[in-house]
Design a binder for this molecule. Structure first.
Ligand code: PMP
Length: 462
């Protein structure tokens, strides 16, 4: 029988004793199934702080890191030879599948011809044409990562507008970009530094305003004094659960930006999952600047930002008027030949209706299966979907803003779901309940996830 206790913040509470016992059991099981990973973890402890090459690789809920051996299509294999149906997909870097064949071939061919040279590669002209064709904006610049792209865009918008402030939504994540790592004080509404930030000494909250998502009044209040260079936003918050925009929100928000002379920057690094060309193209929105990284070049390090003709003209004027010297924008390896080759291949072969149709088909199946289970078990949880990506959230209705997500946070339940599924050969995105389908995600992969989910519900409630 389901064992529930009603609480104000969580409509369905799971018996904590049972939950923690299950978590312990799953931890023990995970350890015993991964002796090779445990041995690698022990060796890595000698040379990597936290035992991993990047500290947040330890934030997965596993008692020991999984060390990857191969990543192909919608599957990864760890050093113990265990196969996983991967619904994390490098949290979107591998949205088109791991090592997609056209990109792997293009990178291999280019690798034999040279990696990097500080000059534009001859394929650049084709890349520009493909970017304009796929994403609808005429002018483009490249970066290595989405974090870089967002950082550079914030410099450009301040430079070309002469305005000091930028605006983001509470609960946003746009990468390792100090300007955006700010929260909204729920009492005063003021911007405050995100408490988890390490080594921060500059006063970014003084230059970044934060308003709740889906709140047009707060947005207008923040724009009114004409000091905001740009609104930087995802079409839906995807890094704080999944918070969809209310109907009509973006049309009104964009009109407000236009009225107050604020540039509208859309970061589609995750919402590229929506459809060919991303959320803006699918929904007919026309941002002034558009950013994407991660999957844009099939998972090879590369990011892009596109802009209108007006923004391109202002950006060139800002650079021309500045004294000679460092702009603070760009890195040496940016737009290297390998990245450009990968980008061209991805734009041509992956950002296509056929690819998206395959991703959506798998996502349709997964969504139907999960919704059926939520319904059958009368679980007051929500599944929110953006094309090939969906998010299971432990709250009864899709949230409207970050505060509603905070009010329903259940980290132990989340960790338990992740670990339980991982022990049954299914990877979800760490940190939240995101599942992404690749073009190569099969019916059997979806069935594996659903079966594991059934077993998890039974372990928690029966
Ligand atoms: N923008 C969004 C919307 C993101 O979700 C992320 C990363 N999760 C980034 C930018 C930064 O991407 P990267 O870590 O590849 O720089």
């Amino acid at each position: 029988m389901r064992d529930t206790v009603d609480r104000i913040s969580t409509p369905l509470a799971v018996d904590p004793t049972r939950l923690h016992a299950l978590l312990e059991r799953e931890r023990t099981h995970c350890l015993s199934a991964h002796p090779a990973c445990a041995a690698l973890a022990a060796r890595c402890q000698a040379h990597f702080p936290f035992g991993v090459p990047l500290h947040w690789m330890r934030d997965w809920p596993t008692p020991v890191s999984l060390f990857l051996r191969t990543a192909q299509g919608a599957h990864v294999q760890c050093a113990d030879g265990v196969d996983y149906a991967d619904f994390c997909l490098g949290d979107t870097g591998a949205m088109f599948g791991h090592a997609p064949a056209p990109v792997a071939a293009a990178v291999a061919a280019q690798a034999a011809q040279g990696f990097t040279g500080m000059l534009p590669h001859e394929i650049s002209a084709r890349v520009g044409e493909l970017l304009a064709d796929r994403f609808g904006l005429p002018y483009w610049q490249l970066a290595m990562t989405a974090s870089d792209a967002n950082r550079f865009v914030l410099r450009w918008v301040r430079a070309l507008s002469g305005r000091p402030q930028v605006l983001v939504f509470d609960g946003c994540y746009h990468g390792a970009v100090d300007d955006t790592l700010v929260d909204r004080d729920p009492i005063t509404g003021a911007s405050v530094r995100r408490p988890s930030l390490l080594g921060a000494v500059h006063n970014h909250p003084a230059f970044t305003r934060v308003v709740p998502f889906n709140d047009l009044q707060a947005l207008e209040d923040a724009l009114r004094d004409g000091q905001v260079a740009a609104l930087l936003a995802e079409p839906a918050l995807t890094n704080f659960g999944l918070v969809p925009p209310q109907p009509g929100f973006w049309e009104a928000a964009q009109a407000l930006c236009q009225r107050h002379g604020t540039l509208f920057v859309l970061d589609e690094t995750h919402t590229l999952s929506t459809g060919v060309g991303g959320w803006a193209r699918t929904h007919g929105l026309q941002p002034d600047i558009w950013v994407a990284g991660k999957a844009v070049a099939g998972g090879v390090p590369c990011a892009v930002y596109g802009m209108s003709a007006d923004v391109a003209a202002r950006l060139q004027a800002a650079k021309r008027q500045a004294p000679q010297g460092h702009s603070g924008i760009g890195t040496t390896l940016t737009a290297n030949a390998l990245a450009l080759a990968a980008l061209a291949a991805a734009l041509q072969h992956l950002h296509t209706p056929d690819t998206y149709a395959a991703m959506q088909r798998a996502a349709d199946m997964l969504q139907a299966g999960l919704n059926e289970r939520l319904h059958t078990h009368a679980l007051p949880w929500t599944l929110t979907r953006l094309g090939a990506r969906m998010e299971l959230q432990f709250l009864p209705d899709p949230p409207r803003n970050a505060d509603e997500v905070r009010a329903h946070a259940q980290p132990a339940l989340q960790a338990c779901l992740h670990l339980f599924l991982l022990n049954r050969g299914v990877l979800l995105t760490p940190f939240h309940g995101m599942m992404l389908c690749a073009p190569t995600t099969t019916d059997a992969d979806v069935a594996r996830l659903l079966q594991a989910f059934d077993a998890w519900l039974a372990a928690l409630f029966d």
